[in-house]
Design a binder for this molecule. Structure first.
Ligand SMILES: [Zn+2]
Length: 272
């Protein structure tokens, strides 16, 4: 099991290792410069790679610079999407990973119409993604009823691990503040830190590229998230250590995860 569960119709791409290592591990000066400039402009909807605002006043400014939402991939600007297309591939890097998925999604989907369920998933993404952006995480391609963010140092800075933990700790409040049909979204979240192969993935018909993560630590994060109860954020011991936090043994729980030999220790944060 070395691919992200539920990858669906995307296949992993290899190549351009040095370039992607620079982007995600060391930091690419051109991309970091763009992120710095674009984050000064107002805008809610942004390119998830360079942060160029794609709507509103900020979007008006970036349109004059020749940037617009990519027609094939609206979460990237046309320049970044062109970059993914021109340089398919990836590299193995350090990173923190946040997995957030819906608890009881099968019974939830049985209790509403397919259209309402889709609205619930959209609402969940719209609630969680801004929190990840504010914490300087990179949102991976959407997978069913999960939202996945990664914090590689080249993208999120040297203190990537504490940014991931801080971002995850803000999720319960964001979820509580924005109820869906009167109740808090039943999502379980996990944060873990380790290594992964971050790479472009291409849709099978080849007309769209995205970025995804592969490897053991990605699976640990995914499995840990499925152990989280609704409203719970589980922060693995590795994530806490990498963030420079002291480990409180009394607050640690041990989780037996399917397909993973060693139990994983994590601290649960509760919504209520
Ligand atoms: Zn961009």
């Amino acid at each position: 099991m070395n691919t992200l569960a539920g990858m669906g119709e995307f296949t992993r791409e290899d190549g351009n290792d040095a370039l992607w290592y620079q982007v995600f591990q060391e930091g690419h000066p051109v991309l970091l410069g763009k992120q710095k400039r674009f984050s000064l402009l107002p805008g809610g909807s942004r390119c998830k790679m360079c942060y160029a605002p794609l709507a509103g006043i900020g979007g008006w400014i970036t349109r004059r610079m020749g940037l617009e939402p990519s027609s094939r991939n609206p979460f990237f600007c046309n320049a970044c999407d062109g970059f993914l297309k021109a340089y398919p591939g990836g590299a193995e890097v350090d990173l923190s990973i946040l997995f957030c998925d819906l608890r009881g999604s099968v019974s939830l989907s049985a209790s509403m119409s397919p259209r309402e369920f889709k609205q619930l998933i959209t609402f969940m993404r719209e609630t969680i993604i801004p929190v990840l952006w504010q914490a300087e995480g990179f949102v991976l391609q959407f997978q069913g009823d999960a939202v996945i963010g990664v914090w590689p140092p080249g993208f999120s800075g040297k203190d990537y691990a504490s940014k991931a933990v801080n971002g995850g700790m803000k999720l319960p409040r964001a979820i509580e503040r924005t109820p869906f049909n009167g109740s808090a979204l039943p999502v379980g979240t996990a944060i873990h830190t380790g290594r992964a192969y971050l790479s472009t993935v291409a849709s099978l018909n080849g007309d769209m590229q995205e970025v995804s993560a592969f490897g053991f630590d990605v699976n640990v994060a995914a499995r840990l998230a499925s152990s989280a109860k609704a409203g719970e954020v589980l922060i693995s011991e590795a994530a806490l250590k990498a963030a420079g936090r002291t480990i409180d043994d009394d607050a640690m729980c041990s989780y037996e995860l399917k397909g993973i030999d060693e139990n994983i220790r994590a601290t649960p944060l509760k919504l209520h």
